[in-house]
Design a protein around this ligand. Structure first.
Ligand code: CP
Length: 300
């Protein structure tokens, strides 16, 4: 099927095809070019989002799609309608693709095993999967480095609660990229450390070609995992001094939204080595490629 739940379902060949289509759209899109006119897609976000929600919407509009934006509070899910029935209802209205974010991974997974009539794109599922983020991260790295074989990516911070880490692990491995992890002990994930080794923050920074800082995900913490923003920043924040320890051609990434003064400081967010805003721009092209795939097109 052309559902997209996570990056582990995509072969290296399929990943390369998505990167190529994203590059195609980045180079060739111009106003008025909307090859998917008259076809409908719906965005259903059951968890807050700025980047993913709006970049999907921009991508959809650039492709010429008709876009329906679903709001949980004013929909019949507020009267108890299930997500399955909601998506099936949208399909009966002519919607072909449903882009869904949900705090419960199983809410999205369930849709993949039943016939809703829509192709599902996961826009963020609980702590498990955020495939379009990993794809735009991969695209950003490819644009900077070209051949990615042998690179080291250090993911630093709230590893345990990060769907971004998980989805990135499944893509980076296929491109021969080594992944290392760092962050506070209270946010480590010992299962993931079987796949990607843990290093001290300083060692991770020194080894990395990409330093990927992760947001401290307070909304997913059941208990207090750090004492204060100041303390976190002192121990695990990317400061100007720490940026100086990075390899000469290394870049800084962060999926956003970032907490300035916690995991990153203001001066590094806008530093020339920061690709944070380029990541957001790249997200549009990657989502155009992913939408095309869901619509059954995009193959050359
Ligand atoms: N990176 C990301 O998923 O951001 P949003 O939560 O704002 O969509």
């Amino acid at each position: 099927s052309s559902h997209l739940f996570d990056t582990d379902q995509l072969s290296k060949w399929e990943l390369e095809e998505i990167l190529e289509r994203a590059a195609y759209w980045e180079q060739n899109w111009r106003p008025g070019l909307g090859p998917y006119q008259g076809r409908f897609v719906a965005n259903l976000f059951f968890e807050p989002s700025t980047r993913t929600r709006f970049s999907f919407e921009v991508a959809e509009k650039k492709l010429g799609l008709e876009v329906l934006n679903f709001s949980e509070e004013v929909s019949s899910t507020a009267k108890g309608e299930s997500i399955y029935d909601t998506v099936k209802t949208l399909a009966s209205l002519g919607v072909e693709v449903a882009v869904i974010r949900h705090r419960e991974e199983k809410a999205i997974r369930e849709l993949l095993t039943r016939d809703t009539g829509c192709t599902i794109i996961n826009a963020g599922a609980g702590k498990t999967a955020h495939p379009t983020q990993a794809l735009l991260d991969l695209y950003t790295m490819k644009k900077h480095f070209g051949d990615m074989t042998g690179l080291t990516v250090a993911m630093v911070g709230d590893i345990r609660h990060s769907r971004v880490v998980r989805s990135n692990l499944w893509t980076l491995g296929k491109f021969g990229i080594r992944v290392i992890l760092s962050g506070p002990d209270s946010m480590r994930d010992f299962e993931l450390e079987k796949i990607a080794p843990y290093y001290s923050f300083e060692e991770a920074i020194r080894q990395a070609d990409v330093v990927m800082m992760l947001r401290v995900q307070l909304e997913r913490h059941d208990e207090k995992l750090f004492s204060s923003a100041e303390e976190y920043c002192k121990n695990y924040g990317l400061t100007g001094d720490r940026l100086q320890m990075m390899k000469p051609n290394a870049i800084l990434m962060h999926p956003g939204p970032f907490n300035r003064g916690v995991e990153v400081v203001a001066e590094v967010v806008e530093h020339p080595r920061s690709k944070i805003f380029e990541q957001k721009a790249n997200g549009v092209f990657i989502r155009m490629a992913v939408l095309e795939r869901a619509l059954g097109g995009g193959r050359r």
